[in-house]
Design a protein around this ligand. Structure first.
Ligand SMILES: [Mn+2]
Length: 323
């Protein structure tokens, strides 16, 4: 019986779903008795994934940056900024295990993993199709409109709220275990998950009000600073719900572990997109995807975060002037 440690992108529907899909695959294809332990990873300023996070058996990272450690046995990521350094990327390129995968063309890591389990390992899991479908919609921001993304009518969207805003690792790990065998409406019926949802749902509407007061939109760039509020887990589509005409959004927020600049492109904008936000944020030590990216600062570096947000807002505004 193998001990497996799965490190996943915390407070993220795609991270949680990736952990679930990998776990089902591992148990079904390799070891039904595997003992799987989960741990969430959060982007922090200058973060290295420490060797201390790894266990004695299999060590897996899903939907998160690469770690150049020989203890890492599986890796799946779809982020453009997947490597902290050229040395890390070289370490990945040298890998011969056939268990480490990177493809930024996938909208979600969940879909990427399920694609690989089918094409490389010939192990399809059709009962997980709905979970994979929603991970791809949510992580790829493929909602029909901001209303769908913010008003949270679908069970998957409700589960997304719990995953993004819950600070309880036990609850997140319960969700990872439940979604492997239950449908999303069934998972939402669990009393513990349901009661957490009710609490967060009320808070969600308060956060829309806070954002409404803290947000402005000039020259096509939506700006907000919610660092004075406990809003680290706010729904990232609220800015576009409030300002549908905005093309980009630049926000500053703060939690006990970091000050954060979040930069996004309005998924519903008709404007031609020009700026690669991953590249832009990489200049400040951050990263992400071309349409949504972020920079993490230490919690006491709020002023640096604000300065970076101002500069990025200027760059994006000038970019839009040129269109
Ligand atoms: Mn992802």
């Amino acid at each position: 019986m193998m001990k497996v440690k799965v490190l996943y992108h915390d407070n993220c529907f795609d991270g949680v779903s990736s952990a679930a899909v990998f776990s089902r695959f591992y148990k079904g294809h390799f070891d039904p008795g595997a003992v799987i332990e989960y741990e969430g990873l959060t982007h922090k300023a200058g973060q290295q994934i420490g060797e201390d996070l790894f266990g004695p058996g299999e060590n897996v990272i899903v939907d998160f940056k690469y770690c150049a450690s020989d203890k890492l046995t599986w890796w799946f990521d779809h982020h453009e900024s997947a490597f902290l350094s050229a040395q890390d990327e070289a370490h990945f390129r040298r890998d011969t295990s056939g268990h480490k995968f990177h493809d930024p063309s996938f909208k979600s890591c969940t879909k990427f993993i399920s694609h690989l389990t089918q094409t490389v390992f010939h192990y399809p899991m059709p009962d997980l199709d709905n979970l994979i479908y929603w991970a791809d919609i949510i992580d790829g921001a493929q909602f029909p409109d901001a209303k769908t993304a913010v008003e949270l009518k679908e069970p998957a969207m409700r589960l997304m709220l719990v995953i993004e805003a819950s600070h309880s690792p036990q609850l997140i790990h319960k969700i990872i275990r439940e979604v492997q065998h239950k449908s999303l409406p069934e998972v939402m019926e669990d009393p513990e998950i349901q009661s957490m949802f009710e609490k967060l749902y009320a808070h969600h509407f308060e956060s829309i009000d806070i954002m409404r007061r803290a947000t402005k939109c000039t020259g096509g760039v939506i700006q907000f600073d919610v660092s004075g509020h406990d809003l680290d887990g706010y729904n990232k589509f609220i800015p576009y719900y409030l300002f549908p005409e905005g093309v980009y959004s630049v926000g500053v927020s703060r939690s006990p572990v970091r000050a954060k600049v979040s930069v996004g492109t309005n998924p519903w904008t008709k404007q031609e997109r020009r700026q690669n936000l991953a590249k832009l944020c990489e200049q400040y030590g951050g990263g992400g995807h071309s349409v949504v990216a972020a920079i993490s600062f230490k919690p006491n570096e709020l002023e640096n975060a604000r300065a970076a947000a101002r500069e990025i807002t200027e760059i994006l505004r000038n970019d839009l002037k040129g269109t």
